[in-house]
Design a protein around this ligand. Structure first.
Ligand SMILES: Nc1ccn([C@@H]2O[C@H](COP(=O)(O)OP(=O)(O)OP(=O)(O)O)[C@@H](O)[C@H]2O)c(=O)n1
Ligand SMILES: O=C(CO)[C@H](O)[C@H](O)COP(=O)(O)O
Length: 436
């Protein structure tokens, strides 16, 4: 298997996406040891006025799944995070309950929000203190993260949690993109801040439970109404100077409509990084899969080649991988059917549409016996049924050729089509048997 290129600014997909170290076993994130209880508050009680949309941005759908679910998954997958309180407007409590059920979130509890972000966060902090447990069992550290920042990675959460435990408060920062200026009431320049001295405050932030609880207990109505910075409350009311840690650019907050398009693009991009080619063990299929591995590798996609999904290889079914059934024989559709059954049982398609591509080699010895291997109608029927289960099935046919250049061009086209199908997840092309 080919190792992925490691770009520190490339986000890890919320959920079960592999990190970019080489080798299959390394795809499991490195185990972190956190020996104190950590809980999370996700404020999601806003209306998203600046998007100009009716639906609050945290409930906007990305490939059939609300943004909030991606953010929850980014925290839920972290083994050392114990519980997550999502704070939503009262009128969205039922919707939130449905989301938790549909996307099988397990560490989440929803509580009603307040009229401002600070009031919502405070409700979340109070809920953590009330979780029916003895005072000694309250979380030591509370991570606070806007529900509309779905791309946060375990490594960074770990840094914030450790610094919060050490220092009482910690937060993510980024360099300023533009200079900050103060204006007079008449709209003239009053003064300009020296950009190098300032940073943008982002999320996540972390606090010891006592610091954030005390800060909210002591802060004023004006803070609750107009404040935008939890770190400031910790400083002003608890004398705690937060440790500031520079985070990746992907911590940015979905605020405007254009940010929704950017978020969708990142989600699609991260879901398109890895595919698993199943060969059935036939020598011809293995050779083709090897050639395909090179072709998609050049397009920045990792391709694992395996004979089948039995035993240890069942691991692939539980991750955000895409699947390519490489087939050289007449029973290709039954192979695809078996793969679809396995995928359905693994339930990953509940989270987002999965891509399955049948790559069919025609003109091979086995196929030439029977002539045409697969009728387009047959693959269309199979694909229509799979689509109902949120699995997008496509087909690509290529022809065996003794002419090396022709063969290499075909394989390279299969790579390009594969990459495009996986990236675009186009419903319109479902069931098509494309020619490479
Ligand atoms: N009363 C509020 C207001 C905001 N938030 C949450 O705080 C986060 C960051 O706030 P922001 O981006 O300002 O969200 P909105 O207030 O929804 O957006 P807008 O200001 O455009 O209305 C969001 O997850 C939002 O849902 C909240 O929990 N309760
Ligand atoms: O990241 C922040 C620092 O805490 C922002 O203040 C927070 O995300 C609130 O966003 P907005 O100003 O849009 O309500």
């Amino acid at each position: 298997m080919q190792s992925d290129s490691c770009d520190p600014d490339r986000p890890t997909h919320p959920g079960t996406f592999p990190t970019c170290e080489a080798g299959r076993s390394d795809h499991q994130p490195a185990e972190r040891s956190v020996d104190f209880p950590v809980s999370v508050v996700l404020p999601a009680g806003g209306t998203g006025e600046r998007t100009g949309l009716q639906t609050p941005k945290q409930f906007c759908l990305f490939m059939g799944r609300p943004l909030i679910s991606y953010t929850i998954q980014a925290f839920e997958r972290v083994s050392w995070i114990q519980s997550i309180v999502v704070v939503v407007a009262r009128e969205h409590m039922d919707l939130m309950t449905d989301i938790v059920q549909q996307f099988q979130h397990t560490k989440v509890r929803a509580v009603p929000g307040g009229s401002t972000r600070h009031r919502s966060i405070y409700n979340g902090v109070l809920a953590l203190g009330e979780e029916g447990r003895p005072v000694a069992d309250k979380p030591k550290v509370v991570l606070i993260h806007d529900a509309v920042r779905p791309f946060v990675e375990e490594d960074f959460l770990y840094k914030i949690a450790m610094a919060a435990k050490e220092q009482g408060a910690a937060g993510a920062i980024r360099p300023l993109v533009s200079t900050v200026i103060a204006t007079t009431s008449e709209g003239y320049l009053d003064h300009s801040l020296e950009r190098a001295k300032y940073r943008a405050s982002e999320m996540p932030q972390g606090f010891t439970y006592d610091v954030i609880y005390q800060a909210y207990q002591k802060c004023s109505e004006s803070d609750f109404e107009f404040g935008t910075e939890c770190l400031h409350l910790a400083l002003q009311y608890c004398g705690t100077n937060a440790k500031l840690i520079q985070g990746p650019p992907t911590l940015w907050k979905v605020t405007y409509k254009r940010d929704l398009a950017a978020a969708e693009s990142i989600i699609k991009d991260t879901l398109s990084r890895s595919a698993c080619a199943i060969t059935g063990g036939s020598a011809q299929a293995v050779t083709l899969a090897g050639a395909l591995q090179k072709a998609v590798g050049a397009l920045n996609m990792e391709l694992a080649v395996i004979p089948d999904l039995t035993g240890e290889n069942g691991w692939y079914l539980l991750k955000d991988w895409n699947f390519i059934q490489v087939s050289v024989n007449r029973s290709c559709l039954s192979e695809v059917e078996a793969l679809l059954t396995d995928l359905e049982a693994a339930k990953q398609a509940l989270l987002h549409p999965l891509v399955v591509i049948l790559v069919l080699l025609s003109g091979s010895d086995e196929l030439s016996v029977s002539g045409r291997a697969v009728e387009p109608e047959a693959i269309m029927d199979l694909a229509s049924a799979a689509k109902l289960r949120n699995i997008l099935l496509y087909g690509i046919q290529l022809h065996q050729s003794k002419d090396t250049q022709r063969w290499e061009r075909s394989v390279s086209r299969v790579g390009e089509i594969t990459s495009a199908l996986i990236r675009d997840r186009s419903p319109a092309l479902v069931g098509q048997l494309l020619q490479a």
